[in-house]
Design a protein around this ligand. Structure first.
Ligand code: NAP
Length: 281
């Protein structure tokens, strides 16, 4: 039995084809959609995430406005910008790219964004809705993982899913979304004992640890479906958290890095946008 390679680009293209008429319909009446991204300093990973978001939004004819503040910027200056964007009728989405400098309390900063413009699900309001099971935007990577699994034809209801990682932007919201899908969820982290036992017992393993090639073949069985969220650089090359070369032929299905979850994540921001604008559910 050969294993299935899950192609993120194809999944992303199919979501794009569903969302394009929705956005086109809105723009066709002369209305505008602008998205604001606030970021600090010149962090290379933030800049590369922003570039990929710009590319995605451009495909839909959506304009991105970048607001780059020096790392030493005072709180009041950034808050003023967020307040301006909150009341700008053409601005339909506000994102704040990590890392945020130390003088800011992240929660305080995110709380300033109007929930109706929170396309990255940063605000406590939208995060609370997610926790309580109400509709709304969801953290894009977590939402993308669900799309990748379902659109690859795999069931989530009644399945055992192990998530490696419990961050606020990936592992934790993903666990909530998986519960919504009726999966039985195990969430692992650095204090988890006997990680291979937890991953081997699962039908689906989602790895989001941020450690290059952390999980080798001993963490999986031949029926495992492996979703690798990790984006790491090792010896100048992009790689995931799973040792792909040694694992890919020994499991039922796997996402590559690059080309797996990544391409679906940025398209998911458009999905969040349409949800917030009341254009889709
Ligand atoms: P993070 O905030 O550093 O969280 C990593 C999580 O993994 C933590 O919960 C940590 O446990 C756990 N962990 C780390 N090493 C572990 C180990 N040896 N065994 C078990 N658990 C371990 O990272 P993140 O923001 O969630 O991102 C994770 C990865 O996803 C990164 O590579 C990032 O670049 C990538 N990412 C990809 C996308 C995409 O679109 N594909 C989007 C966002 C992030 P503790 O809580 O105990 O520390």
């Amino acid at each position: 039995m050969s294993s299935q390679l899950i192609k993120g680009k194809e999944i992303s293209a199919s979501i794009q084809s569903e969302l394009t008429p929705v956005i086109e319909g809105y723009l066709s009446s002369g209305r505008k959609i602008n998205i604001a991204i606030i970021y600090f300093g010149n962090d290379p990973s933030a800049e590369s995430y922003i570039k990929s978001k710009e590319k995605t939004f451009k495909k839909f004819g959506i304009a991105i406005n970048l607001f780059n503040f020096p790392e030493t910027t005072e709180k009041a200056t950034v808050l003023k910008k967020i307040h301006e964007l909150n009341t700008d009728p053409d601005c339909k989405g506000i994102m704040i790219e990590m890392p945020v400098p130390g003088q800011f309390d992240k929660l305080e900063l995110f709380s300033e964004i109007y929930p109706s413009k929170d396309i990255d699900c940063l605000t406590p309001y939208n995060y609370g809705r997610l926790l309580l099971g109400y509709p709304g935007p969801v953290p894009a990577t977590a939402g993308a993982v669900i799309e990748v699994i379902k659109r690859s034809g795999f069931e989530l209801s009644g399945k055992n899913v192990t998530v490696v990682g419990r961050s606020n932007i990936v592992g934790k919201p993903l666990a909530l979304l998986l519960l919504r899908e009726n999966s039985t969820v195990t969430v692992c982290h650095t204090k988890t004992k006997n990680l291979p036992e937890k991953t081997k017992q699962a039908d689906i393993v989602v790895v989001s640890a941020g450690k290059p090639k952390l999980l080798g073949e001993e963490y999986f069985r031949k029926e495992s479906i492996v979703i690798d969220v990790g984006i790491n650089f090792l010896e100048g090359k992009l790689c995931g958290d799973v040792d792909y070369d040694n694992v890919s032929e020994k499991v039922k299905a796997i996402t590559p890095v690059p080309g797996g979850v990544g391409p679906v994540t940025s398209i998911f921001l458009i999905k969040n946008l349409t949800v917030l604008m009341g254009l889709s559910k």
